[in-house]
Design a protein around this ligand. Structure first.
Ligand SMILES: Cc1cc2nc3c(=O)[nH]c(=O)nc-3n(C[C@H](O)[C@H](O)[C@H](O)COP(=O)(O)OP(=O)(O)OC[C@H]3O[C@@H](n4cnc5c(N)ncnc54)[C@H](O)[C@@H]3O)c2cc1C
Length: 320
C-alpha cells in the first residue's frame, strides 16, 4: 500500500483537517505515507509535514497554482499517482478538496468514497466508515480496485503533532491546457476574528429563537469568550440574518467540534445531520419539548436572552 494525502493550505497554513487525515493515514500500516502540497510560495509549509506522520512530501510550488482552483491541482495529484504508483489518495473535505478529489477520480477512472468519518485496514483491505440515512447508521464501504480515493468529513481526526521529519521533494507538474480554462475573477476576504466553523473546537450556533439579526451579537460574544466560531441554522440564513458560510446542516456544512452550543435552535433533522457528531452538545431553548433536547448532552430550558449573556460573563471570568 502506498498512500498520498492532499495537503490543502490557506493563508500560509496547512489546514488542520488535512493534517488529521495525514496522521490517520500513518496509522494504516504504510511506512511511506506521503503528502502533496500544491500552491505558489508554499515550499516553507513542507517543513512541518513530517510531524504529522509523512515520510515524504511532494511540493508543487508554481505561480500557476496561486489561485485555489481545482483542475491544476488535479494535474498534480493525478500525475503523482501515475508516476509514483500511489494506490490510495486521501482528502480532508472542503469545497476545494471535494472538487480536486472528484477531478482526480474522473481523470484516473478511480473510485471515490465520500463523507467518510473513519478508515481502517482489515485483513489487508482498506475499509471506510460512512454515516448514512441521515447519520442514523454507519455503513462500511470499500473499493473494488486501486487507486482508492477517499474524502473525509471535517473534524474526523485530531491533528496532534507527533514529531518526525519528512523528506521534501520538489515536483514539477505538467499542466493540461484545459486546466486553466476556469479562472479566478475575484477573491473576497471574510473578516473573522476566530477560527472557521470547519476548524473550531467550539461552535456557538444561533437560530430563529434569537429573535432578530441584531441578537447574533449574543452568540458572537459567547463564541469569542470560548475561543470558538459562530454557526447558524438555515432559517436565519434564509432570513438574511447571517451569511451562508456559517450554515450548518443538510444544505450547509457538516461540523464536528468538541463543543456545540445551540441557542434558540429547534433541532430539525436537517440541522441535526450537520452537527450531531459534535463531542458535547448543549442546547438552550425555551421550549422543553424542542426536538434538539432529544440529542443534546446538556439542555437548558429558558430564555436565551437571559442565559447566553450570563454564560458569556462566566466564560470571560474563567479566562481571566
Ligand atoms: C431540504 C431542506 C434542507 C434544509 N437544510 C437545512 C440546513 O442545512 N440547516 C438547517 O439548520 N436547516 C435546514 N433546513 C431547515 C430546517 O428544516 C428547519 O426549518 C431549521 O433548521 C429551523 O431553524 P431554527 O431552529 O433556527 O428555527 P425554528 O425551527 O423556528 O426554531 C427556533 C427555536 O427557538 C426557540 N426559541 C424561541 N425564542 C427563544 C428564546 N427567547 N430563548 C430560547 N429559545 C427560543 C423555539 O422554541 C424554537 O425551538 C432544511 C430544510 C429543508 C426542507
Amino acid at each position: 500500500m502506498s498512500t498520498l494525502v492532499f495537503l490543502e493550505h490557506h493563508e500560509n497554513e496547512l489546514l488542520k483537517g488535512a493534517l488529521g487525515v495525514l496522521l490517520k493515514a500513518a496509522t494504516l500500516g504504510d511506512p511511506d505515507v506521503a503528502g502533496a502540497i500544491a500552491g505558489s510560495g508554499v515550499t516553507p509549509l513542507a517543513a512541518e509535514v513530517g510531524k504529522f506522520g509523512a515520510a515524504k512530501v511532494y511540493v508543487a510550488d508554481d505561480e500557476r497554482l496561486a489561485d485555489p482552483l481545482p483542475q491544476p491541482r488535479v494535474d498534480v495529484i493525478a500525475q503523482l499517482v501515475r508516476e509514483q504508483g500511489f494506490d490510495t489518495v486521501l482528502f480532508a473535505a472542503s469545497v476545494l478538496a471535494a472538487d480536486v478529489a472528484a477531478g482526480v477520480a474522473a481523470r484516473l477512472d478511480a473510485g471515490l468514497n465520500w463523507d467518510l468519518v473513519d478508515i481502517a485496514r482489515r485483513d489487508g483491505e482498506l475499509v471506510g466508515t460512512r454515516p448514512a440515512l441521515g447519520d442514523s447508521v454507519y455503513v462500511e464501504v470499500g473499493w473494488s480496485a486501486p487507486p482508492r480515493l477517499a474524502l473525509f468529513r471535517p473534524g474526523s481526526f485530531d491533528p496532534a503533532a507527533t514529531g518526525g521529519e519528512a523528506e521534501v521533494e520538489p515536483f514539477t507538474p505538467a499542466f493540461e491546457d484545459f486546466s486553466f480554462q476556469a479562472t479566478m475573477t475575484e477573491r473576497a476576504h471574510e473578516e473573522r476574528a476566530g477560527p472557521s466553523i470547519e476548524d473550531a473546537d467550539v461552535i456557538v450556533a444561533g437560530g430563529r429563537g434569537l429573535g432578530g439579526p441584531e441578537n447574533f451579537k449574543l452568540v458572537e460574544d459567547l463564541a469569542a469568550a470560548l475561543g470558538g466560531a459562530v454557526a447558524a441554522t438555515r432559517a436565519v440564513v434564509d432570513a438574511g440574518w447571517y451569511p451562508y458560510a456559517a450554515q450548518v446542516g443538510q444544505t450547509g456544512k457538516t461540523v464536528s467540534p468538541k463543543l456545540y452550543v445551540a441557542c434558540g435552535i429547534s433541532g430539525a433533522i436537517q440541522h441535526k445531520v450537520g452537527m450531531q457528531s459534535s463531542g458535547v452538545i448543549v442546547a438552550i431553548n425555551k421550549d422543553r419539548n424542542a426536538p434538539i433536547f432529544e440529542y443534546s448532552d446538556l439542555g437548558v430550558v429558558g430564555d436565551l436572552h437571559e442565559i447566553v449573556p450570563k454564560l458569556t460573563d462566566l466564560a470571560r471570568q474563567r479566562q481571566s
